[in-house]
Design a protein around this ligand. Structure first.
Ligand code: N01
Length: 531
């Protein structure tokens, strides 16, 4: 093929892009991946803030497709820190010899479908123009960092950082004053570490978050051996659960338990820590009264850890159900507020007015700061896709197609955009699941689909409008049966002004979703038009 023609363009070289490239090679298809970063790793390339680590256990937050890889690789901690996960991604790229097909420091700017030739023309900010039959968007769900629009930023004489685009050389806050804006998962990990370094840390909090301890610890040889001996079985068990994370669910309603039983269950889960806390009962995200019991438990824990009752009260979420914003998992978060050098500032009652040359001003006070860290999150799930000029049939843009919120069929394809696939797209379990499991699932589905098209002599595949309408309605209906829509979360697009307020991921659970996408494929790609 000429240099500028490939079978498949992959956008992104995080875990999704890496595995996609590997599968494409196996199919004998030519492919090139474009990656905006200077190396592989995606999320783990950009999010280098102090304390960054995964909150899914490493034995599970890892690829399963290569049995030798999962046997050989050794994680040093229960929850690996960012540098180790990045090293793992690099190892995968090298072991599978993937780098030769990746163009780094290259951002895709546009993808246009040519209806006559049935190909995509892909352009990049480095001047590349590549023609491909298929495009796979391996662009991640949390890859467009969101800086709030605060007046005066340009006047600030100190340093400004965003957790999602942290300097590679690291930052030394020793002896300095630091302000951090935001109290989501990123901030909750960064705050305890920055507090140990900085002379003084001020935390600007708009909405408090529920957080459960990680109890992170070094990996023991016994725990590692136990997992490795049973890997295939444990991976299979994980896929039978809603989140595709292997944990022990309790199939009982919180309301069928006595107060003492509830207390015992929550205490036990607090003591083991992490995301499994939300599996304490089967109705925590479905029933407000059930949810209140878990929320009350966490609020009581906050009161028991934080010495100043006024600070504890401020740190206690009150106006949304637990778990409806992503549950946070921390190491020493609440106890950090007992430190002399940490101040919590409530910016719900006194919002930030502006950044000044020397710091930050709220409606009721001024703060002298040498550094401001924005831990303000991402334009999640759609931001990265919509930042590119994607045009399908009749020149229709993805922006137009998604003007009222993202619309996909099965989170895998968009009607009107033939041969363009999304990995962990909106409308799939994605961010509600173990991302590595969902990534492998989508990559395998797409690879199998491409093999099918070739065998069947078809040039294009496209979601039908009718199937997409039905799927979008189903995703919405299932979402509305839960408590999720009650929170101003990034799941709902609520953190980006003007973004349609829609619950974007699919909450039907990994097993049900698996059944649906497998049935579609087995039925000759039901809900898709093959030409
Ligand atoms: O972002 P967030 P994140 N003025 O959107 C506040 C994954 N993750 O980077 O809630 C003032 O959750 C905002 O306040 P509010 C995980 O899925 C995983 O922390 O909108 N404040 C909120 O407190 C996670 O959910 C891991 O009122 C503003 C914070 O900034 C997702 O990434 C680690 C503001 C943003 O929280 C995103 O997490 C890290 C403004 N203008 C992240 N705008 C692990 O695996 C926003 N905020 C452990």
């Amino acid at each position: 093929m000429p240099d500028n023609q490939v079978d498949v363009v992959v956008v992104g070289a995080g875990f999704a892009g890496l595995y996609m490239l590997h599968r494409l090679r196996g199919l004998g298809l030519s492919a090139v991946a474009f990656e905006a970063g200077g190396d592989v790793g995606g999320t783990w390339y950009w999010n280098r803030y102090p304390g960054a680590r995964c909150d899914v256990e490493s034995m599970q937050y890892s690829f399963s497709f290569l049995p030798e890889l999962q046997q050989e690789w050794r994680w040093s901690e229960l929850y690996a820190a960012q540098p180790e996960i990045l090293t793992y991604a690099r190892h995968v790229a090298e072991r599978l010899n993937l780098r030769r097909d990746i163009r780094f420091d290259t951002r895709v700017t546009s993808l246009h479908f040519n209806e006559a030739a049935e190909v995509w023309t892909v352009r990049t900010d480095q001047g590349d123009t590549v023609v491909a039959r298929f495009c796979v968007m391996a662009t991640g769900c949390l890859s467009t960092a969101k800086m709030p629009d605060i007046p005066g930023v340009e006047s600030f004489q100190g340093k400004i950082y965003h957790t999602g685009a942290w300097p590679h050389e690291g930052v030394d806050f020793t002896g300095q004053t630091v302000g951090i804006v935001g109290t989501g998962s990123s901030a909750i990990q960064a705050i305890p570490v920055i507090a140990q370094q900085a002379a003084h840390l001020t935390v600007f909090q708009r909405t408090p978050n529920y957080s459960v301890p990680a109890w992170n610890r070094p990996m023991t040889p016994e725990y590692e051996a136990e997992w490795k001996a049973a890997y295939p079985e444990r991976r299979r068990q994980a896929k039978e659960l809603r989140t595709a994370i292997r944990l022990v669910p309790n199939n009982k309603s919180a309301l069928d338990a006595t107060e003492a039983e509830r207390a015992q269950e929550y205490e036990a889960r607090w003591a083991t820590g992490g995301i499994p806390f939300m599996a304490a009962f089967n109705d925590l995200i479905l029933n407000q009264t059930a949810n209140d019991t878990a929320a009350d438990f966490v609020r009581a824990k906050i009161r028991s850890i934080v010495r100043d009752p006024a600070v504890a009260d401020l740190l206690s979420p009150k106006d949304y159900p637990i778990g409806t914003k992503r549950i946070c998992v921390d190491t020493d978060y609440f106890v950090t507020f007992n430190r002399e050098n940490v101040t919590l500032k409530d910016i719900r009652s006194a919002p930030i007015e502006g950044i000044t040359p020397n710091g930050l001003r709220t409606t009721d006070a001024s703060f002298d700061l040498q550094n401001i860290v924005f831990a303000t999150g991402f334009d999640a799930m759609t931001g990265t896709l919509l930042a590119m000029d994607i045009r399908g049939r009749e020149g229709r843009t993805l922006r137009e197609a998604w003007a009222d919120g993202p619309r996909t069929h099965l989170g895998l394809m968009v009607a009107g955009f033939p041969n363009l696939f999304t990995i962990t797209g909106p409308g799939s379990p994605s961010v509600l699941s173990n991302m590595l499991v969902s990534i492998e699932q989508h990559v395998d589905w797409i690879a199998d689909c491409l093999a099918y098209l070739r065998a069947a002599g078809r040039a294009t595949i496209e979601a039908t409008e009718a199937a997409q309408d039905e799927w979008v309605a189903h995703v919405r209906e299932v979402g509305e049966r839960t408590l999720y829509p009650q929170a101003n979360s990034w799941y709902m697009g609520a953190n980006v002004p003007g973004k349609p307020r829609i619950f974007m991921p699919y909450i039907g659970g990994f097993p049900l979703y698996t059944r649906k996408i497998e049935e579609a494929a087995a039925g000759g790609y039901d809900g898709f038009r093959l030409i």
